[in-house]
Design a protein. Structure first.
Length: 404
């Protein structure tokens, strides 16, 4: 019997997929498999070494990858739902190496969904550096440098793989790690066709809201963004929406916050808790620490030469440009993978917000409903173009309109 549904949980190194997969497996009572661990058992060697061998003798190594895949296919064929954690690509010796199993996924005979988990690049790098320091992944800083730019390009390569999978009819989602643990469970239940929390069918919604101007306001007042009232209000709205609408999967743009700038518009090299947009206390990972100093000795010793990378203004400007590009593509992916868009206070400060405006137009072009929560005092803005949205005066009206 072929498996009913399989969820592939993926992301670049440092995303700590294992922790996420364990959370989903426990919460939904679904068997989970970790592909790279199985590869290590087959090779009797660490995964990074197996990938290096793949670059040496592809045919012999592919045979071993094939054996692991066939074992997995046999396991998932005996259940109606399963989770597999794997990387779409690997990064070894400055090469992006596709995972060989991508060519065989259709042989699973299951309805396949891919969730691409994204972690803030600085926290991902902290995890990788600490792993190397423990001796779990040796020889990184020599022939295997991994700097912020390299991590972001690796993520961009994965995005291309996701596009190829979509072209083959595979359902794909992007998911920031710093969503609430409850939201991660709802999405997995939705994709695996499992009942969760008394809900059998879920809806997906992207919450579009002002970010840049809120950050600028906080900075102009010398206030930390993680305790700034407007930012906390927006996060409180998302929490209430998730709590009140048990069948709603709420995607949030601030589950990833990487464009952290100083007063001159340059990327900060030291990221403190007060620099980052507030995120839920109920996140799955519990190892987030601040500050993160990108020039710290641990990075210089184990991941990348600090002087040649993050200490260079030109280098950091390239990093900034790549972050900006990924914000745009990721947020539009959130819109595309959602059933609806909820625009919260799109006229906050009685002005239009470029990001919100773009997301609303994208949703409208895709014929998706847009619910706009606009308090009376912010509804006076003179719109030059007609808006295809359902305007609501407050959260209670929204919850009523959504039948929550």
């Amino acid at each position: 019997m072929a498996a009913g549904r399989v969820l592939l949980a993926t992301g670049v190194t440092g995303s700590e997929l294992g922790v996420l997969v364990d959370h989903l497996s426990r919460g939904l009572g679904v068997e989970a498999y970790k592909f790279e661990q199985l590869v290590e058992e087959e090779f009797k060697a660490p995964i990074f070494y197996a990938i290096e061998l793949l670059m040496v003798d592809r045919r012999r190594v592919l045979d071993k990858f094939r054996r692991v895949f066939e074992y997995l296919a046999g396991e998932v064929s005996r259940t109606d739902a399963a989770i597999i954690a794997l990387h779409l690509t690997y990064h070894r010796r400055r090469h992006i190496v596709p995972n060989p199993v991508l060519a065989w996924l259709r042989e699973l005979g299951a309805r396949l969904s891919v969730v691409y988990y994204v972690e803030d690049y600085y926290h991902a790098l902290v995890r990788v550096a600490e792993r190397v320091a423990r001796g779990a992944t040796p020889s990184v800083a020599g022939g295997q440098m991994l700097d912020p730019l390299g991590l972001l390009y690796w993520r961009a390569a994965d995005q291309s793989i996701l596009s190829l999978l979509e072209a083959r009819g595979v359902e794909t989602y992007v998911m920031g790690n710093k969503h609430p643990g409850e939201t991660h469970l709802r999405l997995a239940a939705h994709l695996l066709g499992r009942e969760y929390g008394g809900v059998e069918r879920f809806r997906t919604a992207y919450v579009s809201h002002p970010i840049t101007l809120v950050k600028k306001r906080a900075a102009s007042e010398g206030a930390p963004i993680n305790t700034y009232p407007d930012a906390l209000e927006i996060e409180g709205f998302k929490e209430r929406l998730t709590r009140s609408c048990r069948d709603l999967i709420v995607f949030s743009p601030t589950s990833i916050d990487e464009l952290i700038l100083d007063g001159k518009g340059e990327l900060k090299r030291i990221i403190r808790a007060e620099d980052r947009w507030p995120y839920p206390r109920t996140v799955v990972h519990k190892d987030y620490r601040f500050p993160v100093n990108l020039e710290d000795e641990v990075f210089d010793r184990f991941l990348y030469p600090v002087r040649e990378t993050v200490r260079s203004r030109g280098y950091m400007r390239v990093v900034k440009g790549l972050i900006e590009a990924q914000i745009e593509s990721r947020d539009l992916s959130y819109v595309t993978q959602s059933d609806m868009v909820i625009a919260y206070r799109p006229t906050m400060y009685k002005t239009l917000h470029q990001g919100v405006e773009t997301e609303i137009r994208t949703a409208t072009a895709q014929a998706k409903p847009v619910y706009a929560v606009i308090p009376a005092e912010e509804a006076e803005l003179d719109y030059k173009l007609f808006r295809f949205w359902y305007q609501l005066g407050g959260v209670d009206e929204l919850l009523h309109a959504l039948h929550c």
